[in-house]
Ligand binder design. Structure first.
Ligand code: AMP
Ligand code: GLY
Length: 443
């Protein structure tokens, strides 16, 4: 099984790969990339304490903002392909810079990253291309926002325009709360990211994540996924970066995915082309399946976390070829993503207090793990001087399993979680509840 054989090699060197980023997402990318026998080494800047447990992986300690040193290191390590994980370096133009220096890069230039780093730009982009999304108003002042909120006959959500580490979206329950959210944003809660506010019609429905690998003109889709954004069971509590995921999302039947391709994915690629944006990286479509059809909630210019950890184990050794083809603009467009027959699920273990204030530095103890078709990707860990594994983030570990069905997948994941201990460990027990036949909510 795997990506079908239409992915042929043209014997370009692919020995040394560099991944930029420090999360579970980047570790899972490294894990999938190293499967390819041509790949000799996978470097991570900066990676985390789990990176070097992955075959062929090594961390490089440098500041990516020191551009001269970065280029020196890339030359020194003879890097053949750079994969940029997080949105911030993409929004800061790191891909543009490395391309100017003639490196092959997977990750869009700054013009493409705008899909994520300016919500108002993305909304106007969708409006121009007739891509279904919630109605919106772009506002530049609190007075303007209040006028729209007070005269609105529909519930609204309030968003900071720029990057806000996933915290810039408010889902208020009243006009008063709406105004307070707009005020907080205009008062500088997110710095310059809140110079503009987007008010959006509140829409309803299950959310799914669709990932298109793009080479500037063509694209190929990864297996779909569903994330669990809320902190607590029964999808309650505050929004987080993601508490777990599963892939593929059975909600997206082949027919429905075809509809998404026609109404959303192809118009997005066409609009990028129309604007001369040579997008070479992944487009993450955050979609809501509403009664009137699929709508885009947001675009991201990077892989989702934890969707990436969930999807990567379904990839075979050809995955790195796809990234390389995107970087070179040489997808044929007929690559069939014939991923594993298995399904995959991921549960995130977090520090107590996440997504707000939490403590770090607690020792992580891992007992007897079932490692067959199970992975533990470190999300936020560090090593003590004596080599002990410590918690170092809100999201600490991603526990991922694959099997023939979701019940078995999550049974294995939760069995492994029982073997993992650190002070204040918290995780949801109902990840994948939508697809687990044996799951009952206890009501
Ligand atoms: P975002 O950071 O844009 O993905 O938004 C975070 C979460 O807020 C989404 O995953 C949705 O659950 C919710 N959300 C965003 N926009 C809307 C909307 N227009 N209507 C309802 N919920 C939304
Ligand atoms: N899982 C949601 C995100 O990566 O933004």
């Amino acid at each position: 099984m795997g990506i079908n054989s239409s992915i042929s090699r043209d014997f370009i060197r692919l020995e040394n790969i560099l991944i930029i980023g420090n999360g579970g997402r980047e570790n899972s990318l490294a894990w999938a990339i190293q499967k390819n026998a041509l790949v000799k080494k996978v470097y991570l800047i900066p990676g985390n304490a789990g990176s070097e447990r992955i075959n062929k992986c090594e961390r490089i300690k440098i500041d990516i903002n020191n551009k001269n040193e970065l280029v020196e290191k890339l030359d020194f390590y003879k890097i053949d392909l750079v994969v940029i994980g997080p949105e911030i370096p993409l929004a800061n133009g790191l891909a543009d810079f490395l391309r100017e220096k003639h490196f092959k890069v997977f990750g869009p230039n700054k013009d493409g990253a705008r899909l994520e780093f300016s919500k108002s730009w993305a909304k106007e982009f969708m409006q121009d291309a007739n891509i279904p999304t919630a109605n919106f108003w772009k506002v530049n002042s609190l007075g303007e926002a209040k006028k729209i909120i007070n005269s609105s006959t529909i519930p609204l959500v309030v968003k900071a325009d720029g990057l806000a580490s996933g915290k810039g979206v408010f889902i208020p329950n009243s006009k008063e709360e709406c105004c307070k959210a707009a005020e907080a944003i205009f008062n500088g809660r997110f710095g310059n990211s809140g110079n503009v506010v987007v008010l959006e019609e509140k829409i309803q429905g299950p959310e799914v994540s669709v990932f298109a690998l793009c080479d500037g003109k063509r694209y190929t889709l990864l297996p779909t996924a569903q994330d669990h954004k809320r902190l607590n069971e029964k999808d309650k509590g505050p929004n987080t970066g993601g508490m777990g995921a599963y892939s593929p999302a059975p909600l997206l039947t082949e027919d429905y995915l075809d509809r998404i391709i026609k109404e959303i994915i192809e118009p997005t690629i066409n609009e990028l082309n129309k604007r001369n944006i040579n997008y070479r990286g992944v487009i993450y479509f955050g979609l809501m399946i509403t009664k009137s059809g699929p709508k885009v909630i947001e675009y991201n210019c990077r892989f989702g976390d934890p969707e990436c950890q969930t999807i990567m184990p379904l990839m075979d050794q050809n995955f790195v070829f796809l990234l390389e083809k995107c970087s070179m603009g040489s997808l044929t467009g007929d690559e069939k993503m014939n991923a594993s027959d298995k399904v995959s699920g991921c549960v995130i273990a977090t520090s107590k207090g996440y997504p707000y204030k939490y403590e770090t530095g607690y020792q992580i103890k891992i007992g007897k793990i079932d490692s067959k078709d199970c992975q533990i990707f470190d999300s936020g860990t560090s090593l003590s001087e004596s080599g002990k594994l410590l918690t170092a983030g809100g999201r600490v570990l991603s526990i991922v399993c694959q099997d023939k069905d979701f019940d078995t997948v999550f049974e294995k994941a939760y069995k492994n979680l029982k073997e993992i201990h650190f002070e204040g460990i918290y995780y949801r027990n109902d990840i994948g509840h939508q697809v687990r036949k044996n799951f009952t909510t206890g009501n």
